[in-house]
Design a protein around this ligand. Structure first.
Ligand code: NAD
Length: 299
């Protein structure tokens, strides 16, 4: 079985190296030939057209534009029956469009964006969120496991990309919120190291970032309250008063308080504070529900 790898950047190079270490015959390519140097020394072979020779092809490219550009050659030369995993963080629209084009040539495109950074790509501690044909995913699992320890089939084509975009948007929204609250704490006079230690000790600090979704929001149960909405509203109000006194702008904080205020106005003050998340579900026109029993299987 031959494996092709196009895109040998910060992520692609270590992922390709791990495939080689696992013993797979690997054809590599990049617009920057020098990016392949170490891989060629490790026994990979250079190819100007890896798609033409590969049973399984990987791409790890900057974004939609580069994937579309590379797809022209892939569509022209890939073998019918071949599988193409796009490891790039791409657009679901582009992924689905290319999937349809590939299908007409007998090639299965699966989206498989990764999470774990260059360190994870090197150590293999890497999540791969896969969307597309399930039998192809299962057939290629041994190869995917050489890249990352946590391949996960998310759903139909594009589902992996949606999961990745939701993950990264969450990360950067949390990052913006932490920048706000942390600068507030430091400007209000607490030593950064002490503040960091204190934050890690709190309820949110001890949880994995997304695990708290499973407590109330996913099962959709807000009564009785674990922490009442009226108390959360009081705490954020106090924090914003402190911010005003310290002249620290709190854009995310003001947004959070507006959500809590609207939920209070609904008469939900005695319910669990996370009931405010239902306002967004309402605006988005979607119901988000996972039965507790199913959550127990994951957590
Ligand atoms: P990178 O810019 O380091 O690597 C991209 C590689 O693609 C480069 O080597 C570049 O020369 C090559 N390339 C560009 N256009 C090409 C073309 N037309 N044909 C062949 N090769 C081409 O980027 P990266 O950090 O390795 O990220 C790759 C993908 O993984 C991106 O979609 C990124 O969003 C995603 N990602 C990155 C990280 C991270 O921490 N760096 C983490 C998870 C996911």
């Amino acid at each position: 079985m031959k494996i092709g790898f196009i895109g040998l950047g910060l992520m692609g190079r270590p992922m390709a190296a791990n495939l080689r270490k696992a013993g797979f015959a690997l054809l590599v390519s990049d617009v920057r030939p020098e990016a392949a140097k170490e891989l060629l020394e490790a026994g990979c072979r250079w190819s100007d057209d890896p798609a033409g020779e590969s049973d399984i092809l990987f791409t790890s490219l900057p974004g939609p534009k580069e994937v579309e550009a590379v797809s022209v050659q892939i569509l022209a030369s890939a073998k019918p029956g071949a599988a193409w995993f796009d490891l790039s963080t791409n657009s679901p629209v582009v992924v689905r469009r290319l999937h349809a084009r590939c299908a007409s040539k007998g090639v299965q495109l699966l989206d498989a964006p990764v999470s774990g950074g260059p360190g994870g790509a090197q150590s293999g501690r890497l999540a791969l969120w896969v969307g597309g044909d399930r039998p192809t995913y299962e057939r290629c699992l041994p190869v995917l496991k050489a890249i990352g320890d946590e391949p996960f089939y998310v759903g139909a084509i594009g589902a992996g990309t949606v999961a990745k975009l939701v993950h990264n948007a969450s990360s950067f929204m949390v990052q913006a919120a932490l920048a706000e609250t942390f600068t507030l704490g430091v400007k209000a006079g607490v030593e950064p190291l002490a503040l960091f230690k204190a934050l890690r000790q709190g309820a949110t600090g001890r949880a994995r970032t997304f695990d708290r979704l499973a407590e109330k929001f996913l099962p959709g149960s807000y009564d009785p309250a674990g922490f009442a909405l009226r108390l959360a509203h009081k705490d954020v109000t106090l924090a914003l008063e402190l911010a005003q006194a310290c002249r620290v702008p709190m854009r995310a904080g003001e947004h959070a308080l507006a959500e809590l205020s609207e939920a209070i106005a609904r008469g939900w003050g005695e319910r669990d504070c996370r009931v405010a998340m239902e306002l967004q579900a309402e605006r988005a026109g979607v119901s988000v529900r996972v039965p507790r029993e199913q959550l127990k299987e994951i957590i």
